[in-house]
Design a protein around this ligand. Structure first.
Ligand code: ADP
Ligand code: MG
Length: 723
């Protein structure tokens, strides 16, 4: 072990640092304590203003602009009571990361003093300079004006820092020309469109009272934690969040002992702190456990309305990183931080529900007789089939490319798992009305003292990218670091289109809705059933079968983005007013750009680490071997066949490593010389990435032979097990 690595290994403190006293303040007491909650609003706003604000936040009605001043006043008083000195409009530009600019509340008083002010105008609208955020060509640098617009549906909250606090107001970010420059605006628009269409369908089934349909979302967040001291010695993790080098450890995840294993004290202390930070911000962190890979974990919150869940997930990711540092750990949210073991996903649990609390994806005990449920179900099936490419696009990115299809995450082929019960009903519906539902019954465990268990009507399938799980769909292919506004906006939009079509057919059909429905569902199922697949998504024959069925298999981001300009895709976004053509094209442009930039950074880091860290270590070992052999020859008659072979191999490896790094360097340069973004991206995928892998292959082999003392980079076995 190199001296710096050894020092780290010996200094890792496994004892748990003292943190706050969990017992004295239970979760129920701290929950939402840093949020401008309903109860706080009641306290700080007049009855009238409170009621008007609530009509928007709870019922989704348009905001009455006349209340802004009073809401701002109330928010300020409340924030000051928490010691806040600043406020910020918080938004999600197309970088996919939270953005914030802090302003203090202070204004001059006539006598030269200062007073804390916060007006309705400042609450409602901010004006950050938009020119330095990616805009995908919708903005030039000279057209800098951008606006942040208060999103009253997502509660303001206090960010507590070590030495202060900031009132944080969730906002949407738009340009002077009214184009969305963020990820949230399209999601909010998509929910409205979906609501309009879903209400039409609900009315046809006799629901006269629901006023809004919302989408609900519960994102399960996977992550790694490693000791910060190792992280600091890994320039690849620092630059891009994933290891570009590292021989497979002799122990990985093959013992299957990490998943749900007992949680180390140091990690549990982190999780407890994280939970409490989240609870204070009104984020109901519910589940915590060890994940499949060593040093990998998961947190799942309780589901809530999509746009709020998406905001909350941004905060979750940020706090995961922040709290980790306090514990001497680093949280890795990249989709594939370590080769050879599982990567990180974000299971996006999604459903639709009414403002009256009805879950539209609740099948009940006899789904075959639940016409309304079947109509919504079939609408989703059709949407996922028709727009599979869009869903694939929505989850694309350089990071997720390493994960999709790697037998740990669903394949890049988008298909739906329904399970036995619903598949059976769909099969019936294809022929005509459905007449029965298979039921789960109870399980007898063969031990008289154990209670009989009610059995689900359906088993689970973890290889499916889009699985029905009881009363929701789980979109599993989403990347762990993704800002989930975008995949959900896509999902809502395509489902809105499907529901629209089905509702139109039913309205046109007239007469007995159940009769018309049978015909409509039959048509839809015939056309789209190819997307249904209940088998093993990892199996090679599924890929062949999917191809036969004509399902797209867009393996990489480059393949996915190539499909993006299709006319019908732009049209569906335009028709449901989620993104106009310009906004859509901008997102395409940004996704290409991002792919190229990320890959460029990683390729550059590969060259640098190979040349400046690994090669010198290998040469030092080579020299040590050569000197040893010569010195030994001088005094010993023993043959040194083994040592000489080793020297030869090491020298050969060093030479190959040098050449592979040179070749990679050349390829990066020529890729960047490409004439268009698309061409540059394609060169990165087809020539640069394979060349990076070549460098890695040689370096990883060298890691297994070079003196451990000399190896500069913390090894997998250290990062993944010593924490
Ligand atoms: P699993 O996927 O393992 O069955 P859970 O039932 O705990 O796990 O759900 C995982 C996530 O799905 C949680 O965030 C949960 O709140 C969320 N979820 C549960 N029901 C719904 C629903 N109807 N709509 C959206 N998300 C939901
Ligand atoms: Mg799940």
């Amino acid at each position: 072990m190199s001296s710096s690595r050894k020092k780290i290994a010996l200094s890792i403190g496994k004892e748990v640092p003292p943190t706050e006293n969990y017992m004295s303040e239970p979760g129920t007491e701290i929950f939402g304590s840093l949020v401008f909650t309903d109860a706080v609003q009641k306290q700080y706003l007049s009855k009238d203003v409170y009621k008007k604000l609530r009509a928007t936040t709870i019922k989704g009605e348009p905001l009455d602009p006349s209340i802004a001043d009073q809401v701002a006043q109330g928010m300020k008083e409340w924030a000051l009571s928490h010691g806040a000195s600043h406020y910020t409009h918080w938004f999600i530009p197309l970088t996919g990361l939270g953005a914030e600019k802090h302003d203090s509340f202070l204004e001059y008083t006539p006598d030269g003093g200062a007073i804390a002010e916060f007006s309705g105008k400042t609450l409602v609208k901010g004006e950050p300079d938009a020119s330095s955020f990616p805009s995908g060509g919708t903005r030039s640098t000279f057209e800098a004006r951008g606006y942040t617009a208060w999103d009253p549906t997502s509660s303001a909250f206090i960010q507590k820092e070590v030495n202060g606090a900031t009132l944080t107001i969730p906002t949407a970010f738009v340009s002077y020309t009214e184009e969305a420059l963020d990820f949230k605006t399209p999601l909010l628009r998509s929910v409205e469109s979906l609501s309009t269409q879903a209400l039409r369908l609900l009315r046809l089934f006799g629901n006269k009272t629901a006023k809004h349909v919302f989408t609900n979302m519960g994102p399960e967040q996977e992550y790694f934690l490693i000791d910060r001291k190792y992280y600091e010695l890994r320039p690849d993790l620092i630059a891009g969040g994933r290891t570009l080098f590292g021989a497979p450890p002799y122990r990985g995840q093959e013992l299957e002992d990490h998943y749900f294993g007992s949680i180390r004290e140091r990690i549990l202390a982190y999780m407890m702190d994280l939970d409490r930070e989240l609870w204070r911000l009104g984020i109901l962190s519910k589940t915590r456990h060890n994940e499949v890979a060593p040093a990998q974990f998961e947190m799942a919150p309780l589901y809530e309305k999509s746009s709020i869940a998406a905001d909350h997930n941004m905060i979750v990711m940020e706090l995961m990183r922040k709290v980790a540092l306090r514990h001497g750990l680093v949280c890795l949210l990249h989709e594939k931080p370590f080769a050879g073991i599982n990567g990180n996903g974000k299971h996006n649990n999604w459903s639709m529900g009414t403002d009256e609390g009805e879950n539209l994806l609740e099948p009940g005990n006899t789904p075959h007789a639940n016409a309304q449920f079947l109509a919504f179900l079939v609408a989703i099936i059709s949407a996922v089939d028709k727009y599979a490419e869009l869903l694939r696009i929505a989850i694309s990115g350089a990071g997720n490319d390493h994960r999709l299809g790697a037998n740990e995450a669903p394949p890049a082929i988008i298909s739906i798992f329904l399970g036995e019960q619903l598949q059976d009903i769909i099969n019936q519906l294809e022929k005509g009305p459905a007449s029965s539902s298979k039921s789960g019954g109870t399980m007898q465990l063969g031990v008289s003292t154990l209670p009989p268990l009610p059995k689900d009507a359906t088993d689970r399938n973890r290889t499916s990218p889009f699985a029905f799980t009881g009363n929701k769909f789980e979109f599993r292919a989403v990347g762990s670091s993704a800002a989930i506004y975008w995949p959900n906006a896509v999902l809502n939009t395509i489902v809105a289109e499907s529901i629209d079509r089905i509702a139109t057919k039913l309205e046109k059909g007239g007469g007995d809705i159940n009769k018309t429905l049978a015909t409509v569902l039959q048509e839809e199922i015939k056309e789209h059933k190819r997307v249904l697949f209940n088998g093993n998504g990892y199996a090679a024959d599924w890929h062949a079968e999917a191809q036969k069925r004509g399902l797209p298999n867009l393996k990489t981001t480059v393949d996915a983005l190539k499909a993006m300009p299709k006319k019908e895709y732009k049209e569906v976004f335009a028709k449901y007013k989620v993104l106009n053509e310009k906004e859509y094209d901008a997102r395409e442009e940004i996704m290409w750009e991002r792919y190229v930039k990320v890959t460029n950074i990683e390729a550059g880091a590969t060259v640098d680490i190979a040349r400046n860290q690994i090669l010198p270590a290998v040469l030092a070992y080579q020299s040590k071997l050569a000197q040893t052999i010569v010195a030994t020859q001088a005094v010993s008659k023993t043959g040194q066949k083994g040592q000489i072979t080793l020297l030869d191999e090491v020298a050969k490896g060093a030479s190959e490593l040098y050449e592979a790094a040179e070749a990679l360097d050349g390829l990066i340069e020529s890729a960047n010389g490409g004439s268009s973004l698309h061409q540059i991206a394609a060169s990165f995928k087809d020539s640069v990435i394979p060349a990076m892998l070549k460098v890695r292959e040689i370096a990883d082999w060298l890691e297994t032979v070079v003196d451990d003392e000399l190896w500069p980079l913390p090894k997998y076995r250290e990062m993944l097990f010593q924490y």
